[in-house]
Design a protein around this ligand. Structure first.
Ligand SMILES: [Zn+2]
Length: 371
């Protein structure tokens, strides 16, 4: 199984500038490859492959010497991202790729990582005194607050708010699965609660998180009233960024704790497959779901279940909120109706609870088919 381990790094001003520049070169390379791909397709209906992109990059490097400053690894990984994005688009589960603006391109990937700096000179490595090392950047301080375990697959460097992070993707041996279906639970997304379980348990968004989110909204409103470029504007930008990071960290923290407990308590956890694309159409719902970081939560559940020897099962979301969990009758109702009242058997249940029971049933059926 693949796991991400994230650590804060502390580049100095000069290193920050360089990293920032590299990010921009990666972004420009992404955008120009995207344009080339579109142009070729419009002209001749032919596809523009990763190989074509790499050939073009070689030519570009001769013309624009600044591109030579970026290590070739993250620069070439850009094409992998673009190709993946198009593959997803053709599988119809993503939007058409658009040009990336400054704020949208915020990470670079080193597909290889060496444990000592005698390795690949274009890659990142650890220096002898345990710092992150790249030939052009030099040594960067890193805080290894927990051990880095597993086989290194790749390294992502990413700024977030005003901090920088190194995310190591490692492969680890998983605990063998037991699939204890007697200890199974279905989890539904609550509209007001964070999560509703098929055994009746409910989890709320923590109050401190809601309060911080309110503060953030207020700070963003204040920012929109400030004159762009003024001293107060810049001060407010920093405040917004700071709050933004706080909210993101607190949310992640909450989700880590919740997913940890759930994965420890239950052998099998069932959730719905999510079609993000459909959800974005429903703006109100999409807001509440994206705010709650549901996708992130499911990813955490996924690897934590695996780590603890349990299983996460994903089921199709069709009719889970419509069907009666007690007799199976389909009771059509809109999302705004928060109570399930069965016209056939008379069962009255909370909408989210009814859905979570249906999710559990679907998951157990799927488990039977699998075994
Ligand atoms: Zn019923």
């Amino acid at each position: 199984m693949l796991l991400n381990q994230k650590y804060e790094i502390y580049p100095n001003e000069k290193q920050k500038e360089m990293l920032d520049r590299w990010l921009q070169y990666c972004r420009q390379t992404y955008n120009s490859a995207l344009l080339d791909k579109q142009r070729k397709y419009n002209r001749s209906n032919e596809s523009y492959t990763r190989y074509d992109m790499q050939t073009q990059l070689k030519l570009d490097k001769k013309k624009y010497s600044f591109l030579k400053e970026v290590p070739s690894q993250p620069l070439q990984e850009v094409f992998l991202r673009l190709t993946k994005a198009f593959d997803n688009f053709f599988r119809k589960d993503a939007k058409y790729r658009k040009l990336k603006k400054y704020k949208d391109y915020n990470s670079m990937t080193f597909p290889q990582f060496c444990f000592n700096n005698k390795g690949n000179r274009y890659a990142m490595s650890f220096s002898q005194n345990g710092k992150l090392f790249n030939k052009k950047l030099g040594e960067i301080d890193i805080k290894l607050h927990r051990p880095l375990e597993g086989i290194m697959k790749q390294l992502i460097i990413k700024p977030q708010g005003e901090k920088w992070y190194a995310i190591f993707c490692v492969e680890r041996q998983a605990v063998p699965r037991t699939m204890d279906s007697h200890n199974a639970v279905g989890i539904g997304v609550g509209l007001n609660k964070y999560a509703v379980l098929s055994n009746g348990m409910e989890y709320e968004n923590p109050t401190f998180l809601r309060e911080k989110e309110k503060q953030l909204k207020k700070a963003q409103r204040k920012l929109s009233k400030r004159k762009k470029g003024s001293v107060n504007y810049i001060k407010q930008v920093h405040r917004v960024l700071h709050l933004h990071e706080k909210v993101a960290n607190q949310r992640r923290d909450f989700l880590h704790k919740l997913s940890y407990h759930l994965s420890k308590d239950y052998g099998v956890i069932v959730v719905e497959k999510l079609n993000i694309r459909n959800m974005v159409k429903n703006r109100k719902l999409s807001k509440s779901i994206s705010d709650a970081g549901w996708g992130m939560f499911r990813n955490m559940l996924d690897y934590k279940c695996e780590k603890n020897g349990g299983a996460l099962i994903k089921v199709e979301p069709h009719f889970t909120s419509q069907d009666c969990s007690s007799c199976g009758e389909r009771v059509k109702k809109s999302l705004s109706i928060r109570t399930h009242i069965c016209t056939k058997c008379g069962t009255v249940l909370d909408h989210d609870y009814n859905a979570s029971v249906n999710i559990l049933h679907k998951g157990l059926e799927q488990l039977l088919v699998m075994n």
